[in-house]
Design a protein around this ligand. Sequence first.
Ligand code: ADP
Ligand code: MG
Length: 319
Amino acid sequence: MSARSAIIVVENLTKDYASGWLAHRRHRAVDRLTLEVKEGEIFGLLGPNGAGKTTTIKLLLRLIRPTSGTVRLFGRLPEDRLVRAQLGFLPEHPYLPEALTARELLDYFGRLFGLSRSDRSARVALVLHQVGIPASVADRPLRQLSRGELARVGFAQALLHNPKLLILDDPFGGLDPEGRRQVRDWLLRWREEGKTIFLSTPLVAEAEIICDRVALLHRGRLLACGSPAELAPPTAQGAVEILARDLAPQTRESLRARGCDVRADRTLVRICAPASAEGWEAVDFIRRSGGHVIAVNPLRSPLERFFEDAVTASGASPA
Ligand SMILES: Nc1ncnc2c1ncn2[C@@H]1O[C@H](COP(=O)(O)OP(=O)(O)O)[C@@H](O)[C@H]1O
Ligand SMILES: [Mg+2]
């Protein structure tokens, strides 16, 4: 295996925020975080709201100063101009001036990056195409765009100068399942193109699908780091939710007797089967009894279960 270079190196990074009356108290948002992101990988920083993900990203970009510890991007300080030129950033809540059109906004960012007029118009057209914004949408003021379209503009802005490293704070935030699937497809394509991607998300199951490696953050501390398969091999079967129709009353009773939680409304029955093989046996049982299975969903993905166990083992209750 070829040794790929480390694009992001974080050592012992700590951030205390001042809080309370006259800022006399300190709140430790990031606590001695150490991690490395290799060239060409999709790396996910995972954790519930308040875990310290956005703070970590602001520290990576030197938007705020660390209390202690170091950050290196491409082997340099994050504020280095050479670093900035290779870095695309999607903030958690992008600020988009709503009187401008997407094309005008991107052109403005292109000027900030020092692109010539012709390069700008070519790059802007290309990134708009990459994120699926047609000309009819690109030339309307941003205030007339839907939330999904605005999210696309945010991605277009991060991609504009064709950076080698993308830092994306909560790229799935506010998107519906189809939007999230689309973002996953983009990220995989950009990795194929050789980009390195660092993203944060509270959605463990989304990250599990696409990330090469993840770091699990809880109350500012790193609980675990590794590939989803290393951390949580998808072998053991977890609890599943089954949606079914046409279940006879005695079938429901038998499922309850097997330890399933069964809730019915007029048309649908929702069955939560416990962990282990039970869930899939319940599916077979429903079918044999003449019921129709509409959907089977894992209630927790392997990585979600691993994360919960890691939180419990760390002695802290889940946030
Ligand atoms: N500017 C700030 N001043 C004080 N506390 C902050 C500030 N920003 C974030 N925090 C606190 O730091 C913790 C981590 O926040 P954040 O990094 O935004 O978490 P996440 O992005 O994982 O949801 C939270 O408890 C939050 O309230
Ligand atoms: Mg955040």
